[in-house]
Design a protein around this ligand. Structure first.
Ligand code: GLY
Length: 430
């Protein structure tokens, strides 16, 4: 079997790691690769966005499965192109990927179909947005409607902050094309939960929920990032809560997408807020989350390959079940100095030889590259170090210790990943 992973970050490294276990004899390929994927897969000299060239290669090589990691190629229509050439590919079509690439579409979908989310308005003119914000008052969240790499969201506790945010996005073009339209919604309070569901367009297989840490600094301080760490399982995600999420959010969303002529096949990521009124959708993504994938897949006991293949072949996943290992996983992201702002690349990375030797720590590379045997930084998020242990507290300590053993100039990471779960365990005397 031949499998191609499109993308070359930490999420894609984790997908390779899991598929290597599910299919030890498969030939694995990745677009470009990074400094950590060489032992698992052959790197193709093609970028994730080179859709025609990738399809040509997949056709010639008779690749059995292509899995698309990042949102950009999905939003650009990679799945439509592959499907048009009858190439098995896992991911949603361009029209279905709008659930992530257009927040205005996603909010409208939820409103039309009664899927719980915050009240909102969309604007494309700064003046109209500002008048409404002043009339409505804060606290509000201002979001660029298009793709902005996790950075196009401004939490505004006050009306003045919201006015500044809409002016910056619509008047100052802070997020370019992505910010030409903005969604302004009521600020929801509570804890966030990332729920991934594999779906064939009708049925859903929810995966183990995880919690992401989006702020750059410990104690949830500083600007938003793509994600500085994640852990699973999350004790707030009880079987009762997950049944409610499935019945009130996941199934109605895939039914709504089908009804609107955009069946969603692939990985639906529901970013939820657990409010006092119950779970509500903060945002949908059309692909696996990063760094949540780096904790969810190491805890997955059943095959990921089987449902991916079924969805890519247009088959049903009805009756399939996912199984999970006991214990917990914590991923700590190591970032370049300055990230999420400007940062340098090309800096040597040292990884202590003992890391990973016990099998309970896995280093998933993201922004790294191998230059003639020397590992160098190549991005803002350099790597995620995932540790497995019986509890989140132990996994967090193990992940933090391992993170100390990965060194490059300017390195920073959060030493408090999993803190909410650890506090909860303390309250319950665990
Ligand atoms: N962890 C957030 C995301 O993948 O968008």
């Amino acid at each position: 079997m031949k499998i191609l992973i499109v993308g070359n970050g930490g999420r894609e490294h984790a997908l390779l790691w899991k598929l290597r276990q599910d299919a030890p004899d498969a030939e694995l390929f990745i677009t470009r690769g990074n400094g950590g994927t060489g032992a698992l897969a052959t790197a193709l000299p093609l970028d994730a966005g080179e859709i025609q060239a990738l399809a040509g290669w997949v056709e010639r090589e008779a690749v059995d499965l292509t899995v698309v990691g990042p949102e950009a190629p999905l939003a650009a229509g990679i799945v439509d192109h592959f499907a048009g050439r009858r190439l098995p590919v896992f991911g949603p079509t361009q029209a279905a990927a709008e659930i992530e690439s257009s927040k205005a579409f996603a909010k409208g979908l939820m409103q039309r179909h009664g899927i719980p989310t915050a009240a909102y308005r969309c604007f494309d003119k700064a003046g109209a947005a500002e008048s409404w914000v002043r009339e409505h008052g804060g606290p509000l969240v201002v979001k660029a409607s298009g793709l902005a790499a996790g950075k196009g969201v401004v939490i505004c506790e006050t009306t003045e902050q919201a006015v500044a945010a809409v002016r910056e996005m619509l008047g100052g073009h802070a997020f370019g094309v992505a910010g030409r339209e903005v969604v302004v919604e009521d600020l929801m309070r509570g804890e966030e939960l990332s729920v991934f569901a594999l779906t064939d367009g009708r049925h859903v297989l929810p995966m183990l929920p995880a919690q992401d840490h989006k702020r750059v600094g410990e104690g949830e301080t500083g600007p938003n990032t793509g994600g500085m760490g994640a852990y699973a399982p999350v004790s707030l995600a009880t079987p009762e809560l997950m049944a409610r999420v499935t019945e009130q959010i996941l199934l109605p969303t895939v039914a709504a997408m089908e009804e609107e002529g955009r069946p969603f096949r692939g990985l639906l990521y529901a970013g939820l807020m657990l409010t006092e009124e119950g779970p509500k959708v903060v945002e949908f993504n059309c692909r696996f989350g990063d760094p949540e994938t780096q904790v969810v897949l190491p805890l997955m006991a059943s095959s990921l390959l089987d449902p991916l293949l079924a969805v890519a072949r247009g088959e049903s996943i009805e009756g399939m079940a996912l199984e999970w290992k006991p214990g917990a996983a914590v991923a700590t992201v190591l970032a370049s100095g300055g990230y999420p702002g400007d940062y340098r690349t090309g800096l040597p990375v040292e990884i202590d030889a003992a890391i990973g030797s016990g099998g309970d720590v896995i280093v998933f590379h993201a922004g790294t590259r191998d230059e003639d045997g020397v590992l160098l930084t190549a991005g803002g998020r350099v790597a995620a170090v995932t540790a497995l242990a019986p509890t989140v507290r132990e996994a967090a300590a193990r992940s933090r210790r391992a993170a100390e053993g990965i060194r490059f100039a300017g390195r920073h990471f959060r030493g408090d990943v999993g803190w909410r779960e650890i506090e909860r365990a303390e309250v319950h005397g665990a």
